[in-house]
Design a protein around this ligand. Structure first.
Ligand code: SF4
Ligand code: SF4
Ligand code: SF4
Length: 171
């Protein structure tokens, strides 16, 4: 199996939910400690006691690129990373709506779309993560699929537990 060019990869089993990565990202990109301006997002699942870092890529498809009506979003064919050209963006917000990881955001304070650019190959989030839950490097597509598979298993378990509780409550 061929390795992909460097990607942000996540081992959610190592994530403690400290959210230092969000602060590191916003500090690097905005000069502010404001998680709302981070280009990644930690999602907490209280039912499972899990925190899952959501980062940009690597996506099999790139819906953000496909949906952009003005070609402001493009995908590098080698790295498969997607990039935003702010000058072309008309703020339709379609890319934010279709991002499967929820990491393309509308910054309402400055009315602009913000997204990860892998910090030009030197990701601050990966450097700041104290547990190694976020890494940057080459990884095989099969490893990524394996991790996604485990995550989907956990999310289905949340749904199953919630449905069982709902059914019990209705008895
Ligand atoms: S810094 Fe690392 S451990 Fe902390 S929330 Fe982010 S990914 Fe998880
Ligand atoms: S918000 Fe901008 S980048 Fe996103 S789809 Fe619309 S025009 Fe394209
Ligand atoms: S690679 Fe850079 S821009 Fe992307 S989430 Fe990490 S710190 Fe933010």
């Amino acid at each position: 199996m061929l390795d992909l060019p460097a990607q942000l990869t996540v081992d959610y089993t190592k994530c403690t939910g400290c959210r230092i990565c969000e602060l590191a990202c916003s500090a690097k990109k905005e000069g502010l400690f404001n998680p709302a301006l981070a280009r990644l997002k930690i999602v907490r699942y209280d039912d499972l006691g899990m925190d899952i870092p959501n980062v940009c890529g690597p996506c099999d498809e790139a819906p953000c690129v496909d949906i952009c009506p003005v070609y402001a979003m493009r995908r590098d064919p080698l790295s498969r990373m997607t990039y935003l050209d702010e000058d072309k963006c008309i703020l339709c917000k379609s890319c934010a709506g279709v991002c499967v990881n929820g990491v393309i955001k509308l910054d309402t304070s400055r009315m602009r779309i913000i997204k990860c650019d892998h910090c030009g190959g030197d990701p601050e989030c990966a450097k700041a993560c104290p547990t190694g839950a976020i890494q940057y490097g080459s990884i095989s597509q099969s490893t990524i699929r394996g991790r996604h598979g485990k995550m989907i298993h956990y999310l289905k378990e949340i749904e199953r537990t919630a449905l069982a509780e709902q059914t019990d409550g209705e008895k």
